[in-house]
Design a protein around this ligand. Sequence first.
Ligand code: F0G
Length: 460
Amino acid sequence: MEIPFSESYKMKMVETIRKSSREEREKWIKDAKYNLFRLKSEQVFIDLLTDSGTGAMSDKQWSEMILGDESYAGASSYYKMKAAIKEITGFDYFLPVHQGRGAENVLFSVLVKEGNIIPGNSHFDTTKGHIEFRKAIAVDCIIDEASDTTSIHPFKGNVDPVKLEEVLKKNGDKVSFIIITITCNSCGGQPVSMENLKTIRKLADKFGKMIVYDSARFAENAYFIKVREKGYENKTIREIAREMFSYADAMTMSCKKDAIVNIGGFIAMKDPELLEKASVFNILFEGYITYGGLAGRDMNAIAQGLFEGTEFEYLNTRIKQVEYLGNKLIEFSIPLQLPIGGHGVFVDAKRFLPDLPKEEFQAQTLAVQLYLESGVRGVEIGALLADRDPVTRENRYPALEFLRLAIPRRVYTNNHMDVVAVSLKNLYDRRKKVTHGLKIIKEANIMRHFTVEFDLVGTI
Ligand code: F0G
């Protein structure tokens, strides 16, 4: 008999989680104004809100925490992080920051000016937020297959070179750089192929443009290249990552994802002049250039996490768990973004609740219903997250309306995945009874999804 697949780690510490009753959840979600970000974590049984900062650190990472050098300037932890970044990405220069959006804030303070156009593959919301906050425009040049959840394409995160070239030809003088998100979170944790990265590099060179990678899940992207792209099957994840980054000029990184830490990030780049310019903003917003808002222990844990996060066995365990959940949902006929993504399963809310008007927030309604069913917390990636158009202030309704079930790294077992799958199945079986959604009663001007308050349109 073939030895079955299993995790590449065992558990050394656990945390108790608590089930609740439907009555309790009805009260809690009402008090939270039907916004899952406003729940207390103890009101949640299985938390799939995000895979960001929610991973379990290893024994080696925890021992690195003890070894952290907390000197204000020139800490050995900074040099440890610098060496890890150089080895894994090839970039010579870097700045530590407190998290991914800190990296965006610092780098975009140098690169983005009012009226600029920043093309990319479905920019993540904080990336778009930092562009629009500077009165610049994020133009989505992702391939069309990305917005059809039923189409199977191995690299749905790819940038469409034709769309990009059009932007560069028409508005080339306004484009300060191209951003490629690896993997693409907004379209379902979908990877970008090496071939596409090379093509975009050639195009950028033709027009003399910089390329920045939003690299939060670069290791998962490298994993997909290894298992899906011809010619890479015998390369290591780190060899693939080095090649990927060789086609970029700079990167922003949220270490809360593929470096498997609870907090941290960085910017890395080829150009020492860009480092110099960004350093000014780093000192202003984040902290001195050798700590950037992080403790020495955080930088140590990041250095260790970057190596663990780029081990094939670890990535195989992780991505197979996401696949396990996705395949259960497919068995139950639940509509998903296909193929199943790297960091989570993205349920297609438009096909799940086709009769609910989009104005009543289909994916957010689904997220609330799933929480009521069993205390599982997912997150909306749809019209709520898409925010209003900054000029017209009209709601933007994106092509994709997802309930994302993001899987934290090394945290839950497949039994937990079974609970999630059956909860969604129950909901799918009674989907025709979900006839009412939600209406917004209060929202912020930008990044509204974190604090928005809703009321029910009818009865739940
Ligand atoms: N880029 C991508 C692709 C992301 O997914 C995120 C965060 C960021 C940048 C910003 O990083 O949170 O460290 O400031 N994504 C989280 C999520 C929040 O739930 O997908 P951050």
